[in-house]
Structures are given as structure tokens and as C-alpha cells.
Design a protein around this ligand. Structure first.
Ligand SMILES: [Zn+2]
Length: 111
């Protein structure tokens, strides 16, 4: 997670720079009551975005559970193909089987 910190800080700095240009760097001179109102408004926005993020994470969880339940099966055209290695053909069914098994194994930690 530590590798994300520098990028996060760069994004925060970029937003401060854009805000300073957009508002003439006057935020430091703004009345305290205006600052409080701005912070309260931002907190309401964060709460709203939190709800949106929560619903998107619920959908992502449903998708992960569906992928966990998926049984890739065998390709009718290439019954000897096993999803442990990259398909040698351009067969969409073999690639789907390979993709599902790769996600199950490498991302979901399934055996
Ligand atoms: Zn196939």
C-alpha cells in the first residue's frame, strides 16, 4: 500500500495548485465561517460518495462471488485443453476458460 502514498500526495498537491489558481490563492484569507461551511459541504459530498462507493463495492462483491461459482468446464472443440496454460488456439471458448481460471487462481486465491 505504501507505493500508493506518493501518487496520492502528488494528486493532493495538484488539487491545491489548481484551487490556488482558480480562486486566486485567497483561501487562506477566507473568513473562518466560510471555511467551516466549505468543510461541511465537502463532508456531505464525501458521505454521498461513500454511499455510491458502497453500492459499487456490493456489485463488485456479487461479481466476484459469481466468478467464484463459475465452473469453466471444457471446450467442446478442444476437450484436451486444460486452463493451466495459455490456449494455443484463438478459440474464444478456450480463452474464456483460461481467463476464468486465471482470475479464480491469481486474483481470488482459489486452488
Ligand atoms: Zn476451444
Amino acid at each position: 500500500m505504501a507505493e500508493y502514498w506518493p501518487a496520492f500526495m502528488r494528486e493532493c498537491e495538484a488539487r491545491l495548485t489548481v484551487g490556488a489558481k482558480e480562486y486566486g490563492d485567497g483561501s487562506h484569507r477566507a473568513p473562518v465561517k466560510k471555511l467551516i461551511a466549505e468543510v461541511q459541504e465537502e463532508l456531505r459530498d464525501v458521505s454521498g460518495w461513500g454511499f455510491i462507493a458502497h453500492t459499487k463495492l456490493e456489485k463488485l462483491l456479487e461479481t466476484i462471488e459469481a466468478i467464484e461459482d463459475m465452473m469453466p468446464g471444457a471446450c467442446p472443440k478442444h476437450p484436451k485443453y486444460t486452463p493451466d496454460k495459455i490456449p494455443a488456439t484463438r478459440c474464444p471458448r478456450c480463452w474464456m476458460i483460461y481467463s476464468v481460471r486465471t482470475v479464480q487462481r491469481d486474483m481470488l486465491g482459489m486452488p
